[in-house]
Ligand binder design. Sequence first.
Ligand SMILES: Cc1ncc(COP(=O)(O)O)c(C=O)c1O
Length: 440
Amino acid sequence: MANSPLDKAVVDSKIKELRISDVGKASIREIVALVNLVEAATGVKYIRMEMGVPGLPPSQVGVDAEIAALKRGVAAIYPIIDGIQPLKEQAALFVKNFMNIEVDAKGCIPTVGSMQGTFAAFMAAGYTDTKKDTALFIDPGFPVQKQQMMVLGLKYESFDVFHYRGEKLRSKLEEYLSKGNINSIIYSNPNNPAWICFTDDELKIIGELANQYDVIVMEDLAYFGMDFRHDLSQPGVPPFQPTVANYTNNFVLFISSSKIFSYAGQRIGLMIIPEGLYNREFPALQQRFESATFGSTIVFRLLYSLSSGTSHSAQWALAAMLEAANKGQFDFVEGVKLYGEKASAMKKIFTDNGFEIVYKTDLEEPIADGFYFTLSYPGMTGNQLVENLLYYGVSAIALDNTGSDEEGIRACVSFVQPEQFGELEKRLQLFNAEYGGKGK
Ligand SMILES: Cc1ncc(COP(=O)(O)O)c(C=O)c1O
C-alpha cells in the first residue's frame, strides 16, 4: 500500500475506536462515522460514495410552501392522519399524470418518509393471513428495509435477481410463491443499489403472479422518473414511469420526496393504496389489529400508533411540489439529471482504472446512469474492496449488505462533486498501480 494517500495506521486506529470488527461488512452509518473520523484526523477529504444523501438544494416550491404554511400557524394543529385533502388530491393526480394509473385520493397517504410507509405496510401485510407469514424481497435491495423486518420480528426470504432477469423471473418467483407462505413481494425500481430497472415484461410477470398467488406487491419508487434513458418528465404524456400497477390491483406504491424533490430532511413520502386493497377485509388482520380493512389498519392503527400522521407543514410542501409538477411548472426530472451525468463520468473513471460494472444491463440494454452503480475489481471480494479503497480515500458499501450474491460495492454519486473527479482519477490510478487488477 505504498501508494496510499492516507496513513494506514490512522485509518486502522479509527476502525478500532469505532469497534468495527470487519470494515467490509460495516453498515452505511458505520462507514459514515468512520470516514468522518478519518477526515477530521488527517484533513484528507474522501470521495464519499457510501450514503444516498440527495446532495442537491431542496425544491424551492416546497420550501416556499412550507414557510407559508408555518406562517399560517399549521405547526399548532395536529395533521389529519391520512393526509390533508389538497395533498391527497395532488398525489392522485401525480400518479395519473406520471404513471397513467387511476387511484382514489383516499388511498394516497403521507408518511414520515417512505421508511415509515414500508414499516407500516410490512407490518400490515405480515398479518393478512396466518399461513402467509413471510415477505419476499427481490434483491439487491435497500438494507434498512431488512432491518425493519428484523425490528418488526417478521419473516422474510430473498433472492438476488442477477441471474433471473426476463422470463427467468417467473419460475424463480414461483419457486417461492408456490410454497404458500408469501404475503408480499418487495423491490425498488429503479433499483437501489444496482440501478437496474425492470422491463414492462418483468413487471407484468410480477403482477400476474401477484394475482395468481394473491400476494401484495410493494413497489418502492424512491427514484421515481429517474431512468434517464426515457423522458418521464412530462405530465400526461407517455412514456410513463413503468409500474406493476398496470398488471395487478394488489399493490402498494411508495413515492419518496427525498430524492426526486431533494426533500429528505423533512421526512415525507407517500403510500398509494388502490381502492380494492384499501377496502379489503382480511379476517386475520381484523383479529390482530381490531380494524375493518387493510387501509383502515394502516391509517388508524399503524400510522396513528407510529407518529399520528406526518408533519403538517411538510404536507403543504409536498402538495405544492406535486401541484407544480402536475401543472408542468416544475420539471422535477430535469432537477435531478445531474446524478445521471455524474454517474456516466464516474463509471468511466472507474472502468478506465481496472474496475468493472457488476449489474451492467437490463436484459440487452445497458443500465441507465443514475443515483447508484455497482463496481467490482478483479480478484477482490466486495468486502476487501471496501476496505482497500478506504486507504485510498474512497468510501462505499459492500454489495453483500444489499442481499446481492455478487462480489462488489455500491457507489452512490450524490455526494461526489464534479470538482473531485480529478482527485478520484488520481486515487484510482494509484490503487490500480498497487493492485494491478490482481487484488490482494
Ligand atoms: C429504495 C429506497 N427506498 C426508500 C428510501 C427511503 O426514503 P425516505 O427518505 O422517503 O424514507 C430510500 C433512501 O435511500 C431508498 O433508496
